[in-house]
Design a protein around this ligand. Structure first.
Ligand SMILES: C[S@@+](CC[C@H](N)C(=O)[O-])C[C@H]1O[C@@H](n2cnc3c(N)ncnc32)[C@H](O)[C@@H]1O
Length: 337
């Protein structure tokens, strides 16, 4: 069942609602990004603090900061007590936790402005806006790559409880997270499955960004970090994870990634694809939004289960088990035929 209340069409029934909704979303994102980056959010979370002190800490004019604090208080993102002190809440903590995601919204905005001309020119909007395909751009902008990695960690924390409670993996010795970013998913899996070992595989530049965090983990001795391209070759393992990878690429590119995995799989190995599943009938859910995000960012798309079936068949796999998640990423476990 879909929650039709999520459909933004209803805002168009009333021009006041439409104006208010878009304004709050666009400018709210800007305010949250500014305060996260200035260190203001972190300072609020340390304990009650005056606007003047926050203005000094964040190097922001106090009157302008005061208006942004009022805005966030009005939206119940933080609290202003009777003597004007600013107090954080669990929502303020979430605002900081979501900083990678909020940055991503900003990056997407610049690419979205190029949607129509880019599609007419046969480019991705991201490439038209930023001059390079997304992962090459991250290679030349490590700060942005690190922010993107943080966003991926946020997305992983959102879904891992669902995965571990609803989709138990069969016994395995070594799990390889292909395109594993900062290692968040891999570390979560090793924590959940004691006695196993794991590999984070990603582009060499991304692996170097991930290294300090992974090596600082108490599970570090069970982890191997491997740099490379999944279009060429991946390490041997008996459980593979592809989380939010296939949705970045078109079918032909996906077949190359799947081919690398198939060639490396140990006997009896399995592949768990963790991605959104598009509904057969369009619904105003997360997947239909990220489908357009993939159109803006890269050559990928979200897929229906029937699209995945056709893709896997053409790459020499068959679907063994599907655990659908109506509120996020589903798990599609496949085996080679
Ligand atoms: C959308 S992110 C998903 C990250 C992670 N799997 C997750 O769900 O949190 C895509 C990942 O693919 C990686 N990637 C892109 N091209 C790659 C390539 N040719 N070989 C290996 N990894 C690649 C990116 O660096 C990035 O970490």
């Amino acid at each position: 069942m879909t929650d039709k209340r999520r459909a933004f069409g209803r805002y168009f029934d009333n021009p006041d609602d439409l104006f208010n909704w878009l304004n709050q979303a666009v400018f709210g994102t800007a305010v949250m990004n500014a305060l996260n980056r200035a260190g203001v959010t972190a300072r609020i979370l340390e304990g009650p603090v005056s606007v003047a002190e926050l203005a000094d800490a964040g190097d922001i004019p106090a009157d302008l900061l005061g208006r942004m604090i009022d805005f966030l208080a009005a939206h119940e993102m933080l609290e202003l007590d009777a003597d004007g002190l600013v107090r954080g809440s669990s929502r303020t903590a979430m605002m900081l936790e979501a900083s990678g995601f909020l940055t991503n919204v900003e990056i997407s905005g610049r690419a979205c402005a190029q949607l129509l001309p880019a599609l007419r020119e046969g480019k991705t909007p991201f490439e038209k806006a930023y001059g390079e395909p997304v992962f090459d751009y991250f290679h030349s902008h490590p700060d942005m790559a690190a922010g993107f990695g943080q966003f991926m960690g946020f997305m992983t924390r959102r879904v891992q409880r669902f995965i571990f409670s609803q989709h138990r993996f069969q016994p395995f010795e070594t799990v390889a997270d292909i395109g594993g970013s900062m290692g968040d998913m891999l570390l979560a899996i090793l924590g959940e499955y004691p006695g196993t070992r794991g590999i984070v595989f990603d582009r060499p530049d991304v692996i170097e960004i991930a290294r300090p965090k992974v090596e600082a983990s108490p599970l570090a001795e069970r982890v191997e970090l491997v740099g490379g391209s999944f279009f060429e070759a991946v390490p041997a393992a008996d459980l593979y994870i592809l989380k939010q990878i296939l949705h970045d690429w078109d079918d032909e590119e996906c077949r190359r990634i799947l081919g690398s995995i198939r060639a490396a799989m140990k006997p009896g190995a399995r592949l768990a694809v963790i991605d959104h599943l598009l509904s057969d009938i369009p619904q105003p859910d997360e997947s239909i939004g990220t489908d357009i995000a993939m159109m803006v960012w890269d050559t990928g798309r979200e897929r229906k289960q029937s699209d995945f079936e056709a893709l896997f068949t053409s790459a020499g796999f068959r679907i063994d088990r599907v655990t659908p998640n109506p509120n996020g990423h589903s798990v599609i476990e496949v085996v080679p035929v």
